[in-house]
Ligand binder design. Sequence first.
Ligand code: NAP
Length: 360
Amino acid sequence: MASDSTTRTTTRFWKFVRRPAGNEQATESTWSIDSQALTALEAGELLIVTLFVSVDPYLRIQMSTDNTWQAPASENEPQLSYAIGRVIQSTEPDAFPIGCCVRTYSGWTEYAKVNASDVQRIDQSTTDPLPLQHYLGALGMVGRTAWWGVENTLRPKPRETVVVTGAAGAVGSLVVQLCKKRGCRVVAVAGSDDKCRALRDELGADATLNYKCDAIDWNHIDALQAVCPDGIDCFWDNTGGYVSDAVFRLLNVHSRVAICGQISVYDSGLNADSPAMGPRLLYLLIYKRALVQGILQRDATPEVDALHQREAAAWIRDGSLHDRFTIIDGFDNIPTAFNKMMNGQNTGMYAWLVVACFDA
Ligand SMILES: NC(=O)c1ccc[n+]([C@@H]2O[C@H](COP(=O)([O-])OP(=O)(O)OC[C@H]3O[C@@H](n4cnc5c(N)ncnc54)[C@H](OP(=O)(O)O)[C@@H]3O)[C@@H](O)[C@H]2O)c1
């Protein structure tokens, strides 16, 4: 077994300890720090030191006891999430030498034993290696989500009008740029004037709406109509809520809708017992022959994955794709980072929070 000079016998990790009740946000006390022994590696295992973890909204969905795409997270278990780590011990030194970096699903832990078959090595042997955090961003799960939904569901054509909610976030900011690159007119919806300004000035959105200031709902469609004079051909929904109701009223014939997320209901336990009632929208789809599709990044095909990796890497390198991050330092701050992300307090204009645990 290959090993660097570091001998590690224990690791600290964040454990999910208290399930938020319906209508409750996660708080600092949703998790607590624990520690555990690191036993010797078995064949096929690697020991990594965590460099970055991502904090993503789906972690809040997993706390809900309602059925989603998998069983709810169990209390008193380690908090899992995507992470980037550096290999410090390896039983597979040919494929994973000491010092190489990998993307894992090892979560909020300082060190982790992982199976080599469960991780992806990050190739940094090129002359122009990209900063590691991109492998949690445009080159990671959120990028895969954007490419998959755009290619498979939205299928935007040049000059079509695309509306994106949650547009300043990790997925949304990529969808905005991807649709601009496909020649569309993009209307971006976000929760602050600063985010809207950055979406226009830095990401090229044609128009923006601040959903916290502009009245946009089923009964108030004027502001949306003003920036979508030709109706809406494609709708990427990250948030749900009142804005989505307004968008449905303006959908064009043969429009396409990708339901990527509904963050406006995550803190209410997904509302399964008492779904928000409002104007029923489905009849609109009949007249408009619209396609509405829920999307999950895990369904991405190898063809779309290859396109995603090729385009995202090339565009980050040539500076035409902005993949910005809010990086919060320190293992102890991970829950704070999660809660800031859920409340839209990303200090980057169109970023999501990555927590740097140790020096990269
Ligand atoms: N289907 C999939 O495979 C898949 C994969 C990844 C992510 N997702 C979903 O995609 C969405 C975006 O994820 P992300 O990782 O890119 O997160 P993100 O957008 O970077 O962060 C969440 C943002 O949501 C906004 N928000 C929070 N509460 C809101 C509310 N009540 N109404 C409207 N907006 C609200 C906040 O921005 P503002 O300041 O603009 O309010 C916040 O910054 C989430 O719904 C997530 O669950 C789905």
